[in-house]
Ligand binder design. Structure first.
Ligand SMILES: CC(C)(COP(=O)(O)OP(=O)(O)OC[C@H]1O[C@@H](n2cnc3c(N)ncnc32)[C@H](O)[C@@H]1OP(=O)(O)O)[C@@H](O)C(=O)NCCC(=O)NCCS
Length: 167
């Protein structure tokens, strides 16, 4: 999608972020409004939105929530509105997470995915993510997750741990 723009979410984006969360995740898996608000203000999390265009109107098409740990970045949540899927919005968000992790000197990017969703885990594998742990009953009894990890090559970084919300 050529007009796609990835930017750091602002507090005013909260209703759109909540709407995407509700549209893309089942009730048991979605974050509450309170949790989303917390994510927007937390010093150890960052929320990213992908803004696309549909019928000439700019709209938030996807959301990604990251947790910034000392050595790694965790993709806590990633969701794209159905109308925008399949055109690279999710890919651009994952690439942003990887680029940000590299830039801030992290050594890996991690995430959890439903073990049964082979399309999803295969999609992450395309970026170089590998399963390294099974998380039993992670979502609910009998519903396991895989923890996946992308190891980042050591390279030049700014050597700082501060979040960079620039575009
Ligand atoms: C996973 C997700 C973010 C991908 O977003 P996207 O913008 O469609 O991603 P891209 O356009 O970059 O890539 C499309 C590919 O995603 C893959 N994919 C991953 N999960 C998928 C899913 N649940 N349904 C359909 N395709 C999925 C397919 O391989 C698809 O390839 P195709 O276009 O050739 O069919 C989106 O499908 C989504 O929001 N799913 C629901 C929420 C979710 O499961 N999030 C991940 C939690 S870990």
């Amino acid at each position: 999608m050529s007009t796609l723009r990835i930017r750091s979410a602002k507090p005013a984006d909260l209703p759109a972020v909540e709407a995407i969360e509700n549209r893309c995740f089942s009730a048991s898996r979605r974050s509450s409004l309170r949790a989303l608000k917390h994510s927007l203000h937390s010093p150890v999390q960052s929320v990213w939105v992908a803004v696309g265009r549909i019928d000439g109107q700019r709209q938030i098409a996807g959301v990604m929530i990251l947790y910034h740990h000392r050595l790694s970045v965790r993709i806590f949540s990633l969701a794209v509105l159905p109308a925008f899927r399949g055109s690279g919005v999710g890919r651009r968000l994952v690439q942003r997470a990887v680029a940000l992790s590299r830039k801030t000197g992290r050594t890996s990017v991690t995430l959890e995915a439903d073990r049964r969703n082979k399309v999803l885990t295969a999609w992450y594998e395309q970026f170089g993510f590998e399963t390294y742990r099974i998380l039993k009953d992670y979502y609910s009894p009998g519903r396991h997750a895989v923890r996946m990890r992308l190891i980042l090559p050591k390279g030049r970084s700014r050597g700082c741990s501060q979040l960079d919300h620039s575009e």
